[in-house]
Design a protein around this ligand. Structure first.
Ligand SMILES: Cc1cc2nc3c(=O)[nH]c(=O)nc-3n(C[C@H](O)[C@H](O)[C@H](O)COP(=O)(O)OP(=O)(O)OC[C@H]3O[C@@H](n4cnc5c(N)ncnc54)[C@H](O)[C@@H]3O)c2cc1C
Length: 400
């Protein structure tokens, strides 16, 4: 029998390669394998949350401030490094690749400069990790339909309404909430009058005026995802993001980077399936052969690996362009669409190649599939990405 082959690991390709990036990638890969994956193996099964000690280790490595400028304590890097690290972390556990998105300067864009500086420092240090509350029971794909109200009362806003799907809400230091401060005037877009408020809170509790109910999910453990009810929660007016009533435009901007980050997480999960299959196909024998000898199996694995490489190249390309200051709205939607659909299919193929063992909780591939399946839904479904792309390619006729 030939020598056992270890799964190949990706390298930063030539046009984007720097020694610093190679070092960062290696560091994140080792951290994911040694520190993240064992925690995922233990906690995913019991729907546990990412332990504070792991968050501390991530903070130590600078993962909450990858894109925060150095003068504020961050690593001062760009979307490329952010996504590259997210891929490595998601290869260990998707939720760990996700939690870093709740920092990176999120919830710091308040008008007061001194406070902004302080929050940026906390963001980079991992002591300002948030939750993002955009979706509502009746506003999912259609975020312009957000109905949670924030009424001004002196120096405060009074917030009333319901949010759905807010990940990490109770464990967070803040919740960034998309609210309606005014109704659109006649002739205005439906998204007019939306603003973003930052609700500051203690970890592991809800402030007065806010209650939550956990949602029971089939995957994406490590995070608790919440239904939230705002009932007269008071938020200082100074906690409105400085962009004022440009809340919708702000959200679209945030979603752009979030979509490339989701593509990177999807690549991490699909890669995990390929790597696990490379091992399993050499170990498992049928018909007196390792099943990896059978051409049908080899071809499936080959196609899986090719699709992962393709998606990685695409997200790296889009992340690089974002770092050059290009808006890339269409490309962010394209890579989110292709990488997440790829990941859902490739992790499903991984289950198939594991046979009956793939359909048990004894092998990690089922977790990859449960987590990958979500990536085609959140941060805008695949259909919404198709809509974004088509709307930028093809004008509608006046009759449409
Ligand atoms: C586990 C999980 C975690 C999440 N975390 C967060 C979070 O932290 N914060 C947050 O704000 N949100 C979060 N979300 C919400 C997520 O972003 C939404 O679920 C997603 O945007 C889809 O909205 P929806 O579920 O209301 O589906 P709907 O909008 O009701 O869509 C249902 C179906 O209709 C299709 N559809 C809708 N409109 C169109 C259209 N115009 N054209 C074609 N097809 C259409 C959709 O593609 C989908 O297939 C999370 C969701 C999940 C499941």
């Amino acid at each position: 029998m030939s020598d056992f082959l270890a799964p190949p690991v990706p390298v930063v390709p030539a046009p984007f390669h720097t020694p610093e990036r190679e070092k960062l990638q290696e560091q994140a890969r080792v951290f994911a394998a040694e520190r993240v994956q064992p925690v995922a193996d233990e906690l995913d099964k019991v729907k546990g949350e990412i332990p504070p000690s792991l968050l501390d280790e991530m903070a130590e490595l600078g993962y909450f401030g990858i894109t925060v400028p150095r003068e504020h304590g961050g690593l001062g890097l760009g979307a490329f490094e952010y996504c590259m690290i997210a891929e490595e972390l998601a290869r260990g556990w998707m939720s760990v690749g996700s939690i870093i998105a709740r920092a990176q300067g999120a919830g710091t864009g308040v008008a007061d400069e001194a406070r902004r500086t302080e929050l940026l420092r906390r963001s980079a240090a991992g002591t300002w990790i948030g939750a993002i509350a955009l979706s509502e029971p009746d506003a999912g794909s259609d975020l312009a339909a957000v109905a949670t109200r924030a009424e001004r009362d002196g120096d405060e806003f009074v917030v009333t309404g319901r949010k759905r799907w807010t990940g990490n809400a109770k464990a967070a230091d803040f919740i960034q909430v998309l609210v309606r401060t005014e109704d659109p005037r006649p002739g205005e877009r439906r998204s007019a009058g939306l603003a973003t408020l930052v609700v500051e809170k203690e970890r592991d509790s809800f402030p007065e005026g806010l209650t939550g109910r956990p949602i029971d999910k089939i995957g994406y453990h490590g995070f608790v995802t919440w239904d939230l009810e705002f009932d007269g929660l008071r938020v200082p007016a100074g906690n409105q993001l400085a962009s004022g009533d440009q809340g919708f435009a702000d959200t679209q901007q945030w979603l752009n980077i979030a979509r490339v980050h989701t593509a990177a997480r999807a690549v991490g999960l699909a890669r995990a399936a390929v790597e696990d299959c490379v091992v399993y196909l050499q170990e498992r024998e049928q018909f007196e052969h390792p099943i990896g000898d059978f051409q049908a199996v080899r071809f499936t694995l080959a196609t899986m690996a090719a699709r992962v490489e393709q998606a990685r190249s695409f997200y790296q390309h889009v992340a690089h362009r974002l770092d050059q200051g290009e808006p890339c709205e269409r490309e962010a939607a394209m890579v989110k669409l292709l990488a997440t659909e790829m990941a859902a299919e490739v992790t499903g193929d991984g289950i198939q190649l594991h046979g009956g063992n793939g359909y048990t909780t004894e092998h990690r591939v089922e977790r990859y599939w449960r987590d990958a399946r979500l990536t085609t839904i959140f941060e805008g479904t695949s259909e919404i990405q198709q809509k974004i792309i088509a709307d930028r390619l093809l004008p509608r006729s006046p009759l449409g």
